[in-house]
Each structure stands twice: as C-alpha cells, then as structure tokens.
Design a protein around this ligand. Structure first.
Ligand SMILES: Cc1cc2nc3c(=O)[nH]c(=O)nc-3n(C[C@H](O)[C@H](O)[C@H](O)COP(=O)(O)O)c2cc1C
Length: 390
C-alpha cells in the first residue's frame, strides 16, 4: 500500500520514526509528511533516510503536492496526532501540507493521538475526536504510562508495533473475522463491601485481552468489556466495568448486534447483599447473594447465528463440570480452564484449555501463550460461524 505517514509536533514524534521503519518493513511504500512543529522534534533527514520517498518540503514546494499525495494514497496514518492537528483536521482546515493532504484524500485515515492527560481529557479534544470518528476516521487510542516531563497518565502514543498491527488488521489481507462484530469480556469483577474494600478473584484479564487482540488481528470490529486493570490492546473499543452488575449492563448493550460473544471474564458468583456507604471499622457479618447469570441471559437473548463462547475456570473435576456447564448455559463453545494445572490460568502468560462443543467434540489446546490459545478458540468460533458444528 502507499501510506502517507503524517507526523505532527508532539514529543512522540521520535516514536514515529519506528512506525515509519515498521511500515516499510511490512512492505508498504511510505511517504512521510511532517508539520513545522514536528520538525522541531525530529529531523526530516531521519524520516527521508528510512522512508520510501523523502519528506516533502511543504505546501509551497511546487506543483500541487497535497492533491498528488492525497489522491495517490491508499492510507493516511497520522502518528503522533497532536491536539492541534486533530482540531485543524476536525475543523476542515488545510493550512499546511498534512492537513491539506488529509482533506484531499479519499483514502482511509488512522490517527494516533498523543498528548498530556489534561489535554487528552479536555472536552475540545474529545469532541474533535468524536467528529472525526463519525466521519469514519479510525483511532488508535493512546495508552497510559510515562509522558514527557516525568508525568504519568493516559495520553502516551500507542507503541509503534501496535499501530502497525492495527493497520495490518484493518487494511491488510482480509482475515477470517473481517466485518464481524466480536464482543469479549475480560477480568475479574470487583464487588463492593464498602467504598474501600471489594470482593474479587484472581483473574488478571490476560486471556480475555488476548482474545480481543487476536480477533482484531483477524479483521473483527472488537468491543472489549473489561474489569481488568491491564492495558487493553489498541484498536479495540474498550468499555471499562467494575462489578458484575456493570458487566451485565455493558454486555447486554454491546451484544445486541454482535456476531460473536466471548465471555472470558471471571464474574463474581456472589456479592455482598448490601454495601456500606462509608468505610466499615469493625469486622462485618457479610451476607452474600448470587450475582446475575450474565451468560445465561445472553444465551436467552442471542440473535440468530450469534456464536456464544463461555469459560469455566475450575480446580477439580474440570471436564465433568465443564460438560455440565455447556449443557446448562446453552453456549456454542465452552472453554474449560483447569486453573490448578502448572503454567495455566490466573495471571500466567500461558494457558492450556479444552474447548467443548455440544455433540461431544472436544479440542485439547496444550500449554502455550495465551495469544495462541486465543487463536485456537477463534479457529473454532470461525468454524461455527461457517456453519460447521460438532
Ligand atoms: C516540548 C513540547 C512537547 C509537546 N508535546 C505535545 C504533545 O505530546 N501533544 C500535543 O498535542 N502537543 C504537544 N505540544 C504542543 C504542540 O507542539 C503545538 O500545539 C503545536 O502547535 C502542534 O503543531 P502541529 O499540530 O502542527 O504539529 C508540545 C509542545 C512542546 C514545546
């Protein structure tokens, strides 16, 4: 693909050098376009040396560079996208080569915002981004972590490898989940005892996040409903939740139009019947009540053709319990996770599971990375979508 790589003037411009290199390594023809502010952070010579063409001088270099660039591009990626660049693009301004190219192109556009947390959370930035999303611009959300000047917070540009992975997932060879809407839940819910304490479980959310990432890489439009505190994979829509009740509401809304639902979250089975409004100072007599059965509710409301995947984390008699859960919940696939096995389950980077299906089919997935396990689960999901049953 011919990719115009727009670089605007944020500190993350130094990371755009690696985005450029990775896009070239992935076989793309890359033309870097820098704003004046970007040139204060990184020299144009660096991009010119790594890209497929040198950095153009600017709007007035001769000819009509913005229409040439805009019309010949297959994709425009802006990394980093400053608050200023997002504002100018949302307003339809064309006062430099990058914004003029953005207006002169019909190619898809990806923006990778990067800025301090205060700027990222400013309503002006949120509204500009909402405008751009409505116009079809794809956003690779910033991560949280170290920012310029020693601050820490949300706003740090996504890692170059993640940006290039999003480009490959969205615009590369169509994956087997291309055009499918996939909803994944992840993490252990937290049920309040009082404003300070919660009941939770050992789930890290790593397996659910790996499923979301794998679905993204296979071309799906992914919504991740997550109770995990881990950084979600970029390029997926994230709905953060805390309790089982939050998760039920978020899943109900997200799953209405979904083709695939993967319920990898470890939802609390019980919660305190009442949670105190102020911090408790004496050991309380906790009375617990069951939480809503989210997956049974999703199964009851599922749209025709929707593939529903449940998880069972067990420590003993895992297979028998898994089979009973498969029958009881009305799901298409039940991923049995014996969390007592070495290297498997909570917080590990590896996992081993058995995928059960109605009719008796069982796929044993041996110990490997959670990402590889995610792909094994999605292989069975794709088979079910294609009409293959057990
Ligand atoms: C040291 C420094 C770091 C900056 N980092 C950012 C940043 O990360 N994100 C951002 O939106 N603006 C940042 N700015 C402000 C932009 O450089 C400024 O808004 C500029 O006008 C952006 O121009 P451009 O969008 O045309 O590249 C920074 C400014 C300075 C001086």
């Amino acid at each position: 693909m011919r990719v115009v790589l727009g670089v605007s003037g944020g500190i993350a411009a130094y990371k755009a050098v690696e985005v450029c290199r990775r896009l070239v390594d992935a076989g793309h023809h890359v033309v870097p376009v820098m704003t004046d502010a970007a040139r204060r952070f990184v020299g144009a010579a660096t991009f010119s040396a790594l890209a497929s063409e040198p950095v153009p001088d600017g709007l007035w270099e001769g000819g009509i560079p913005h229409t040439r660039l805009g019309q010949t591009a297959d994709l425009v990626v802006v990394a980093p996208a400053t608050a200023d660049l997002l504002a100018r693009y949302a307003a339809g301004m064309a006062d430099d080569l990058l914004t003029a190219t953005l207006l002169a192109t019909r190619a898809p556009v990806v923006v990778c915002p990067a800025m301090h947390t205060e700027m990222w959370e400013h309503p002006a930035v949120e509204e500009n981004l909402a405008i751009l999303r409505r116009r079809g611009v794809r956003v690779v959300e910033p991560a949280s972590g170290r920012l310029a000047g020693g601050d820490v917070g949300t706003g740090r540009m996504a890692e170059p490898r993640d940006i290039v992975a999003c480009v490959a997932a969205w615009f590369g060879a169509p994956g087997d989940l291309q055009g499918r809407r996939v909803v994944v839940s992840a993490g252990g819910t937290r049920e309040a005892i009082d404003p300070v304490r919660v009941i939770t479980n050992r789930s890290s959310g790593k397996q659910g996040h790996a499923v979301a990432e794998a679905a993204r890489d296979r071309g799906a439009e992914v919504t991740l409903v997550t109770a995990s505190v881990l950084e979600p994979p970029p390029g997926v829509r994230v709905v953060p939740v805390e309790s089982a009740a939050d998760m039920e509401e978020a899943m109900r809304a997200a799953c209405e139009h979904a083709d695939v639902v993967v319920m990898a979250a470890a939802v609390a089975d019980f919660r305190p019947k009442a949670s105190a409004e102020a911090k408790i100072h004496e050991a309380p007599d906790l009375v617990l009540e069951p939480t809503p059965d989210i997956i049974a509710g999703l199964a009851a409301r599922r749209r025709p053709g929707q593939v529903l995947v449940g998880f069972a984390a067990e420590t003993d008699d895992a297979m028998a319990r898994g089979r009973r859960k498969l029958d009881r919940k009305g799901v298409d696939l039940l991923v049995v996770n014996d969390v007592s096995a070495p290297g498997a389950g909570f917080d590990h980077d590896t996992n081993e599971v058995t995928i059960l299906e109605p009719g008796g089919r069982a796929t044993v997935v041996p110990l490997q990375s959670k990402r590889a396990v995610a792909d094994a689960i999605l292989d069975r999901v794709v088979a079910r979508l294609q009409g293959e049953s057990a």
